[in-house]
Design a protein. Structure first.
Length: 358
């Protein structure tokens, strides 16, 4: 594994901030990958990584993914990520969140935070007491609300685009989808799927999540069994790096399309899926609904219709990724990267206009 500075140099990061406030138990990191397209933005995740190195690398990888996610989605944001190194179920408290908000504020708008794993809209309210650089606040506060609702819609549309590409029709009726993780994103995706007549197979470590899935008619399996399910779509909706050397040959579905970030443990796994003939929908393409929703309150009054309109473009964007993959004879993961990099490069090359002389 690359060391922190080596990783930042290879992938051209702009900034990495370590945040420490022992009085409230805060140990956190803020990674800013790029501000070429606009201020960096990405959720703050609360997660008890086993080591500091794991926590730092997670923040860096997620920040880079946010750059590509916003670039492909066509929104005016760069990529950043916050990570509080803690257990949200035991350690999270108002003082910790407000302390994190103060660190966000010191960056002067270079990083705009929002909700991620381990966070709730209520938690964002605490952060907003210390900084204005927060999106995804409750709609009663003028914000865009729960980002997982739009993420679920976008993921559902990404699945339909996969169906269109592989089977010629975007109907999912009668298909079986194996969903790994049934948190906010999985649940909001499932609402759309159930209405269309999809059969769900779900695995989650937490009983409350499986109870919700069961109420929707899903078949529940043990977490370690989800890779082996016979399904039309495998949908990773938990944490990243689940497509790896140990799992990739166990997945029986011809399509992988999920809401988790950084699903490929290494870039070579995208190439491996391509060689296996598995249609992979790059995660940051299909799960962009949340950041799209949040972007619609940056500098403007939030309009839910506008957020939905942009999120619905995920269907066409996903098909464009597949077409680029075929045209350039490259894996879909590489095709998505190239689309993002081309937009970033084109924007970076815009020359400032000369001021008129009077």
């Amino acid at each position: 594994m690359l060391k922190t500075m080596e990783y930042m140099e290879r992938y051209k990061f702009e900034q990495f901030t370590m945040c420490y406030e022992p009085s409230v138990g805060l140990k956190a990191f803020i990674a800013i990958h790029s501000t070429t397209l606009g201020p960096s933005s990405g959720g703050v995740r609360i997660w008890p990584h086993p080591t500091e190195e794991d926590a730092i690398m997670d923040a860096l990888r997620l920040a880079r993914a946010m750059t590509y996610k916003s670039a492909v989605a066509g929104i005016p944001l760069g990529g950043g990520k916050g990570l509080i190194w803690a257990d949200s179920r035991k350690d999270k408290n108002e003082a910790m969140l407000r302390a994190f908000g103060r660190f966000v504020d010191t960056l002067g708008g270079r990083y705009i935070t929002t909700e991620d794993v381990g966070m709730t809209p209520r938690d964002l309210e605490h952060i907003a007491q210390e900084t204005k650089y927060v999106v995804g606040l409750p709609r009663t506060m003028g914000g865009s609300g729960d980002t997982s609702e739009m993420t679920g819609l976008g993921l559902y549309l990404g699945m339909k685009a996969c169906a269109k590409e592989l089977w010629g029709s975007d109907s999912l009726a009668g298909k079986t989808i194996a969903m790994q993780g049934f948190g906010n994103v999985g649940r909001n995706t499932a609402y759309h799927l159930v209405k269309e007549g999809v059969k769900l197979v779900v695995a989650d470590f937490y009983q409350p999540a499986t109870e919700v899935a069961n109420s929707l008619g899903a078949t529940i399996v043990k977490p370690e069994e989800i890779y082996d399910q016979k399904a039309d779509i495998f949908s990773p909706c938990a944490l990243g790096a689940v497509i790896n050397d140990n799992t990739i040959k166990r997945i029986k579905a011809p399509i992988i399309c999920g809401g988790a970030n950084n699903q490929l443990a290494e870039e070579r796994h995208g190439e491996q899926l391509h060689q296996m003939g598995v249609l992979y929908a790059p995660d940051y393409v299909v799960n962009a609904g949340g950041i799209i929703n949040a972007s619609c309150e940056v500098g403007v009054t939030y309009n839910p219709d506008r957020a939905k309109e942009i999120t619905q473009r995920i269907y066409d964007t996903t098909l464009k990724v597949f077409q680029t993959s075929k045209d350039e004879k490259i894996p879909t993961s590489v095709a998505a990267d190239r689309m993002a990099e081309r937009r970033i490069a084109a924007t970076r090359n815009i020359k400032p206009m000369k001021r008129a002389e009077h």
